[in-house]
Design a protein around this ligand. Structure first.
Ligand code: 13P
Length: 246
């Protein structure tokens, strides 16, 4: 089983999300694919209306770490759960780098997801300068340890997305063989250090032309697509590429 996740970021309005979700609901998924859309918070209900009864699941792009209270502008994991979310992205590079989210916040949000019954998708990835300075493993290990230390979670309760920062939105994806090595290494770290089994997805400039190359890899359990996933024709092309390669 492989995952096909669509992170719509802040690309689509609620009306556009509804229309895109309606198209996606009509697509048949290739065998063995579990698919989910991560709409903008304000578009979540519209997407959920359209995708209800389809094979597509839903996820939150960002949750707050507290369940309820005086937190202006925030939306809790529990609220997303109530609205139909199954997953939630945590620690996405845009949250870290644009909004200053720390590893500690990612840890707290992961715990909040687990408490609310959401499956956290913990995003990790090295920056361009990490890459140049040969600090990839150092960075990933730090991010993984700060999120997973002290969490009491069973195997399979969380997913990990390996999203190298330099590959996101750049048109310069990480080569599938390289991403596969990293996914294997992440699994080993989680197993050796935390006794955890977790599926690992790859994200960063995934397109219809390269998606199959990731999904056919042994250690890569799925993809997390950004901009290419906001256009139904391109989602159809990605699913067709996966189908064709299976
Ligand atoms: P792109 O597919 O636009 O590079 O974005 C990847 C991503 O950040 C998914 O979460």
């Amino acid at each position: 089983m492989k995952y096909f996740f669509a992170n719509w970021k802040m690309y689509l309005t609620a009306a556009e999300s509804r229309s895109a979700a309606r198209s996606l609901a009509g697509f048949s998924l290739p065998e063995g694919i579990r698919a989910a859309v991560f709409p903008n918070t304000l578009a979540f209900s519209a997407a959920a209306d359209e995708l209800g009864g389809s094979y597509w699941q839903l996820g939150a792009q960002n949750v707050d770490s507290t369940p309820q209270g005086a937190y202006t502008g925030a939306t809790s994991a529990l609220m997303f759960k109530e609205a139909g979310a199954v997953y939630a992205l945590v620690g996405h590079s845009e949250r870290r780098h644009i909004f200053g989210e720390t590893d500690e916040a990612a840890h707290n949000k992961t715990q909040a997801c687990l408490d609310a019954g959401l499956i956290p998708v913990v995003c990790v990835g090295e920056s361009e300068s990490d890459r140049k300075e040969d600090k990839r493993q150092y960075r990933l290990k730090k991010q993984l340890f700060q999120v997973f230390t002290g969490l009491n979670l069973p195997s399979g309760a969380a997913l990990v997305a390996y999203e190298p920062v330099w590959a996101i939105g750049s048109g310069e994806p990480c080569a599938p063989a390289d991403a596969d090595d990293v996914a294997g290494w992440i699994k080993l770290e989680l197993s050796q250090s935390f006794g955890l089994t977790a599926a690992v997805l790859y994200g960063g400039s995934v397109t219809p032309d390269n998606v199959a190359g990731y999904l056919e890899r042994e250690a890569i359990d799925g993809v997390l697509s950004g901009s290419a996933s906001t256009r139904p024709d391109s989602v159809a092309a990605m699913l067709a590429a996966v189908e064709g390669s299976g």
